[in-house]
Design a protein. Structure first.
Lengths: 97, 486
């Protein structure tokens, strides 16, 4: 898993997830990428086991809103992000705000 | 009174509903096992996106843009497991199906249509001719006992007919030769002043001598749709009087330029003649009438033989050539069908389906042969004298014949190599037996239906005790051997 080389956009998504953005729309807002880019990247990252997803606990009726699907980095994801940050030094600036 | 204008956008559902509809539509692309969860996530995201936009006072139309991304995500789900091997397998499986065969033939027809510029020759032959009351327009030739004795008409005979014939309304002359027009080779026709009026068109020349009229196709391809003030035919300059309608043609579509005859044309030169017959005049009546007029002026009986050809009949005679070629082809190929025809097979829905597929496939192939023959040979062209072009018609008839034989042979061969149940092409060809051991044994090729419906045995040395192609149905219990891994 540690050999995975991410594209710049995938690295950006990984970076914002590590920064605390945990669901798709939030990631879109943070990165400025369109939904048609963000969601397929999330699927690929999850397939590569760099992120994990789980449904928000609770019940939609109790919450009075739909449940969210949250994403978080795995250990392999964290390691890959470190390598990606070395490969793309400007990544830090893009997600600094 | 001012009308209240209805904005069509008001009739559409609100953006949230449209976005939701898009997501539900995109969900159809997602594999069934993941669809429910995928839709749940996207609809939840849509809910939060709508909430965020409302809080920020952003236009809700952005939601539709957000939902469009669902199609890319759904496509990813559908295609993520596809690799080259899987694509190749799907393509090869698809290529074996009956639907692919028919689709490929339809694509071939579309290719012919596009390559020929949307079938100009076929349309010219099939559509009504662009003359007023075209059924009364005919060409006149001298001779006519056989194709080889067809001659043009002496120009002075036309004057006699116009003056004395009771059965024709008018007669016009025409002749065409290959000329250089502004540096391009094309057929240039020289016609009498009443030619266009006889065909029921407005007089293109309007009494203008040394004027030329361009055919629409020549004008479009050589002048890019801009009408030149004058053109040079050979060494002589003509003023351009106009461009003919795109649908107009006469005997051949290759004529690019039309000019009028001068007043001092040689009276003895032979020329093409077109006449408009009076209503309800038959071919024979008109021929006798024209012959009698000529004989009245002292021409002997043998030299005054006249043949009349109705232009619509001549134009459509190409279909006669094709029908003849098709009959010959069927007559040649039919013996090959005999073993199948003689087998007493019960009529079932499957047999009907096979027959429908065979007929559709063969009809599409023959149509492709006909269209290619019409468009890419000069099969539909007629000589200046309104007769058969001996240089092209035998050739095109042969091409039709060979094309029809090829189409029928391939269609039968393809049918025999298809499963009797699912109409897929067989695969996994295997050589069976020893070619030298033919006593109570057989050798040949065995092909298997990839869906597991049966096997086809094709014997190579033909033995009188054995059918050439033998189909063996497989028991349903064997079907799981052929089950798809995916």
């Amino acid at each position: 898993m540690s050999d995975i080389k991410l594209t710049h956009t995938a690295a950006l998504v990984l970076k914002v997830i590590s920064g605390g953005c945990r669901y798709g729309f939030d990631i879109m807002e943070k990165t400025g990428l369109p939904s048609g880019t963000v969601y397929p990247i999330l699927r690929r990252l999850e397939q590569a086991e760099l992120i994990q997803s789980k449904w928000e606990p609770g019940d939609a009726q109790e919450l009075q809103r739909p449940q969210r699907r949250y994403y978080r980095l795995t250990r392999a994801g964290e390691r890959t992000l470190v390598k990606a940050a070395q490969r793309y030094p400007l990544l830090e600036n893009l997600t600094a705000e | 009174m001012k009308k209240n204008r209805v904005n069509w956008r008001d009739l559409l559902p609100n953006p949230l509903r449209r976005a939701s509809f898009l997501i539900r539509t995109a969900a159809c692309l997602v594999p069934r096992s993941e669809r429910a969860e995928w839709r749940r996530e996207w609809l939840a995201e849509l809910h939060f996106a709508a909430q965020a936009m409302r809080e920020r006072d952003e236009p809700s139309a952005r939601l539709v843009g957000f939902a469009r991304g669902a199609f890319q995500d759904a496509a990813w789900h559908r295609l993520r497991d596809w690799n080259r091997e899987k694509v190749e397998r799907a393509v090869s499986r698809g290529a074996q199906s009956a639907g692919f065969c028919l689709a490929a033939l339809i694509a071939l027809l579309a290719l012919i249509a596009v390559a020929s510029g949307f079938l100009p020759e076929t349309r010219a032959v099939l559509l009504p001719l662009p003359y007023a009351d075209a059924g009364r327009i005919a060409t006149v030739t001298q001779g006519g006992t056989t194709l080889a004795t067809r001659w043009g008409i002496h120009r002075e005979w036309v004057q006699w007919w116009r003056a004395d014939s009771r059965l024709i309304e008018d007669a016009a002359t025409y002749v065409w030769t290959e000329q250089t027009v502004d540096g391009r080779r094309t057929l240039a026709a020289k016609v009498s002043g009443n030619f266009f009026a006889l065909l029921g068109l407005a007089d293109a020349f309007s009494d203008c001598r040394d004027c030329a009229v361009l055919s629409h196709e020549f004008w479009r391809t050589n002048y890019g749709g801009k009408t030149p003030a004058s053109i040079v035919i050979g060494t002589k300059t003509f003023r351009v009087a106009g461009v003919l309608d795109g649908r107009f043609w006469f005997l051949t579509r290759r004529i690019g330029v039309w000019t009028t005859e001068g007043p001092h044309e040689n009276r003895n030169v032979r020329t093409g003649v077109v006449v408009r017959l009076r209503p309800d005049v038959s071919k024979t009546q008109a021929e006798r009438d024209l012959e009698s007029v000529v004989q009245k002026h002292g021409v002997n009986q043998w030299s005054s033989l006249i043949a009349i050809s109705f232009v619509p009949d001549r134009v459509r005679s190409v279909f006669g050539s094709f029908a003849l070629a098709l009959i010959l082809a069927i007559g040649t190929i039919l013996p090959a069908l005999r073993p199948n025809l003689s087998a007493a097979n019960p009529v079932t829905w499957r047999a009907v389906g096979r027959a429908v597929f065979f007929c559709s496939k063969t009809a599409l192939l023959l149509l492709a042969v006909l269209l290619a023959g019409l468009e890419f040979t000069r099969a539909a062209s007629i000589t200046m004298l309104g007769g058969t072009d001996l240089a092209t018609e035998p050739l095109s008839t042969w091409l039709f014949l060979l094309g029809s034989m090829g189409a029928l042979s391939w269609s039968i061969y393809d049918q025999r190599r298809r499963c009797r149940v699912c109409l897929r092409r067989y695969g996994l060809a295997a050589q069976i037996g020893c070619p030298g051991c033919i006593l109570l044994s057989w050798s040949g090729t065995e092909l298997v239906c990839l869906e597991g419906h049966g096997t086809l045995h094709v014997g190579e040395p033909v033995a009188c005790w054995q059918e050439q192609d033998r189909w063996t149905s497989l028991d349903d219990s064997l079907l799981e051997l052929f089950a798809q891994s995916d």
